[in-house]
Design a protein. Structure first.
Length: 355
């Protein structure tokens, strides 16, 4: 029987002659080699991402300002009209608007301090058992910063009335450094309009590490002072008295700016209407109370023009008159239709102007 000859040569000195197809087949059989880089799945966890530079952040807000330039101009014009009116009006108007704005900011921040409780706290430091003293302190701080004093650009830590604890660790970031970083970004954005710069500062507040329990009120008050920094009559730009929609912190800079402008526009219109009402009431009260003599009627008119709500102890403290004189004049004003009682109680009664 004849055996079949082997197909393989016994001469190892002769090179193996292969074709291109054989080479591809042999490479595919090498399963233990890594595949191409573009086919490898990315199973690694994501690493830390670099924070955007301050310049990039400012450029985003500059682009947003350019997109909404016309809307910004309209809001700036209305803020200028409010500034001029407050410059020519009595000092009490600023105080009245500050109380209204602070009360609305407290509801936005979740403290929910009503106007009557705020008025009692600011005027006489009176609070009820149901009142949160920390919330009253935060809103009281807002009223003080909205009625006067240096703005946040001079010394932010002093403006916030916050200091680092004495036993702070050396590795911890200090408030002065965090405040300095926020102020540096605000200074670098000096070419932006103050209203745009205020919006940017409000939305960068938490990123700068300035947030704490009352950070929403602090951020809003700081931004409102910056927005009105070019004026001489309006100490702050109203933000919340027309609704807090402009203070929502979602979306891109362009979306946030347009909400900010719409919210400020609504707040300014609300402030102007409040001034219209109190100005009309003051003129009517002067005519109706003309037959009355003494200093008490004049002091009560001034008190009601400054405070949204007034109690008898408040009127007594503000006017310097006796309790009997204050109660007699309050009863006369209520009977004349100048003021109306809003609590419906026999004790701890509060009045407001009847516009």
């Amino acid at each position: 029987m004849k055996t079949q000859a082997s197909a393989m040569t016994d001469d190892f000195d002769d090179p193996l002659i292969t074709t291109e197809g054989d080479e591809k087949t042999r490479e595919e059989d090498l399963w233990f080699l890594p595949g191409p880089l573009d086919e490898e799945p990315d199973d690694l966890p994501p690493g830390p991402r670099a924070e955007p530079s301050d310049t990039a952040v400012i450029e985003d807000w500059a682009k947003a300002e350019g997109v909404h330039a016309a809307r910004l101009a309209r809001v700036a014009g209305r803020l200028g009209a409010l500034d001029d009116r407050l410059l020519r009006g009595p000092e009490g108007w600023r105080h009245r608007l500050a109380l209204i704005e602070a009360a609305n900011l407290s509801w936005f921040a979740g403290d929910r301090v009503s106007s009557d409780r705020l008025a009692l706290w600011i005027s006489m430091r009176l609070s009820g058992a149901q009142d949160d003293p920390n919330a009253l302190a935060r809103v009281g701080w807002a009223v003080r910063r909205l009625t006067g004093g240096p703005g946040p650009k001079a010394d932010l830590a002093a403006f916030l009335d916050r200091r680092d604890p004495e036993n702070i660790e050396d590795s911890a970031e200090r408030l002065k450094d965090r405040a300095g970083g926020w102020l540096d970004v605000m200074a670098a954005a000096g070419d932006l309009h103050p209203i745009t710069r205020a919006c940017m500062g409000f939305h960068l507040w938490s990123l700068a590490g300035l947030g704490q329990q009352g950070d929403q009120i602090e951020a809003a008050v700081s931004a409102s002072r910056i927005a009105a920094s070019d004026g001489s009559g309006a100490i702050f730009a109203p933000l919340a008295m027309g609704g807090a929609g402009g203070l929502r912190v979602t979306g891109l800079p362009s979306e946030r700016l347009v909400r900010w402008l719409d919210g400020m526009n609504s707040a300014i219109l609300t402030a102007m209407r409040a001034l219209d009402d109190v100005e009309a009431w003051t003129g009517r009260a002067e005519n109706v109370m003309a037959p009355l003599s003494g200093r008490t009627p004049v002091a009560l008119r001034r008190t009601f023009s400054q405070w949204p709500l007034v109690s008898a102890p408040m009127a007594e403290a503000m006017s310097g008159a006796s309790r009997a004189a204050v109660q007699r004049n309050l009863a006369w004003m209520e009977a004349s239709g100048l003021i109306r009682e809003v609590t419906g109680q026999g004790r701890f009664r509060m009045w407001r102007v009847n516009v």
